[in-house]
Design a protein around this ligand. Structure first.
Ligand code: NDP
Ligand code: GDR
Length: 361
């Protein structure tokens, strides 16, 4: 019998990689997408087309994390063996602007799914994965951070995810549901959302290289992150649901870089050598011709910042036999390569007079 998986957030970065992984493993995969006025399935369109061409069992359902009725109805219909709860308002800076919505979708959304499992009597059938985050550590209490490190969330997003973390633990203990938290550190890819810092950097530098954009504006350049590749990390999400008993795991590379390091690495891939001048709000990066290509814009500073994150994934390595395969250098190189291709397409369109491109900074 084929296993049946349900993925919330299937249209996002991790959802797309996970759907592909599970289909390759022979699962029947169902995804929840929310209604949008524009197409929001670009990351999974290739899988959807496969239904007709390859017969791979991939199905989409309309639903929303803020709407219990849709979630319960879909879970009842699909009767999943595994639910991966990846849907979230996942942008930390946006959560300061939309704290209530973030709590509704990210905190109560997880509760709604766990309650649906309980109400439908699926406690013994359906395993549950919660997309927890290194943002829980926030103002870090210990370095590197592991499963036992105390939490200190620093944004409405992280506080909402803290609720989701504990409600997952509580439903595991109270009702015997196989429920796990993956405490994942930042993970990126060529299909990362364009407003997260890594993708913003690779996209902008590729466009600057081709003359489609003047300058890249960033916030805190000193932030330190432990960046991995999303493709490596979704494998862990699956592995966590294949164990004898449910446990929580930190997933990280154990290597840390600053935002500035990421800019330098991406620029180098494009043959741009950056010279930095000034500090704080005055910091600027110049190319070999003395043109300012990177500058700080305080609008991107956050009311409370997470300055440093570095994970210790020893437990995952020991118990799940997991180590990340893709290095930081390979990640940056792949992201730059893909963004350069898309900038080249934009340049071609512009050259032929089909569109005028204004810099999106
Ligand atoms: P994305 O932002 O790329 O994807 C989020 C997904 O959630 C999208 O499919 C989005 O839909 C969907 N979504 C948002 N709000 C709702 C809602 N109200 N109802 C239904 N669907 C909704 O995130 P990632 O793929 O990067 O991350 C996946 C999960 O892992 C998130 O929960 C994130 O918080 C968490 N996480 C991510 C890390 C990372 O570094 N990437 C690290 C640790 C945790 P739409 O496409 O329509 O916007
Ligand atoms: P983060 O990722 O907040 O860690 O959350 P993001 O890429 O947004 O920021 C990383 C760091 O870079 C600094 N920064 C900027 N960030 C953005 N987005 N835009 C900028 O211009 C900019 N300049 C500097 C930020 O201040 C921050 O310190 C991500 C999300 O995927 C969460 O959902 C997930 O839980 C965590 O990673 C782990």
């Amino acid at each position: 019998m084929r296993k049946v998986a349900l993925i919330t957030g299937v249209t996002g970065q991790d959802g797309a990689y996970l759907a592909e992984l599970l289909l390759d493993k022979g699962y029947e995969v169902h995804g929840i997408k929310r209604r949008s006025s524009l197409f929001n399935t670009a990351r999974i369109d290739h899988l959807f087309h496969d239904i007709h061409e390859t017969g791979k069992p991939f199905f989409l359902h309309h639903g929303d994390m803020t709407d219990s009725s849709s979630l319960t109805r879909i879970i009842q219909k699909v009767q999943p063996d595994e639910i991966y709860n990846l849907a979230a308002q996942s942008h930390v800076a946006v959560s300061f602007e939309e704290p209530e919505y973030t709590a509704n979708s990210d905190a109560l959304g997880a509760l709604r799914i766990l309650e649906a499992i309980r109400i439908l009597g699926l406690e013994k059938k359906t395993k549950f994965y919660q997309a927890s985050t290194s943002e829980l550590y926030g103002l870090v209490q210990e370095t590197p951070q592991k499963e036992t490190t105390p939490f200190y969330p620093r944004s409405p997003y992280a506080v909402a995810k803290l609720y989701a973390y504990w409600i997952t633990v509580n439903y595991r203990e109270a009702y015997g549901i196989y429920a796990c938290n993956g405490i994942l550190f930042n993970h990126e890819s060529p299909i990362r959302g364009e407003t997260f810092v890594t993708r913003k950097i690779t996209r902008a530098l590729a466009r600057i290289k081709l003359g489609l954009q003047e300058c890249l504006y960033l916030g805190n350049m000193d932030s330190l992150r432990d960046w991995g590749h999303a493709k490596d990390y979704v494998e862990m999400q699956w592995l966590m649901l294949q164990q004898d008993k449910p446990e929580d795991f930190v997933i990280a590379t154990g290597v840390q870089y600053s935002v500035r390091d990421f800019v330098n690495a991406a620029a180098k891939e494009l043959g741009i050598e950056i010279t930095w001048q000034g500090t704080g709000e005055e910091e600027k990066g110049f190319d070999a011709n003395g043109k300012c290509v990177v500058a700080v814009d305080p609008r991107y500073f956050r009311p409370t910042e997470v300055e440093t994150l570095l994970g210790d994934a020893s437990k995952a390595k020991t118990k799940l036999g997991w180590t990340p395969k893709i290095t930081f250098a390979e990640l940056v190189s792949e992201m730059v390569r893909e963004d350069l291709k898309s900038a080249e397409r934009d340049e071609l369109t512009r050259k032929h007079g089909y569109a005028t491109f204004k810099a999106h900074e």
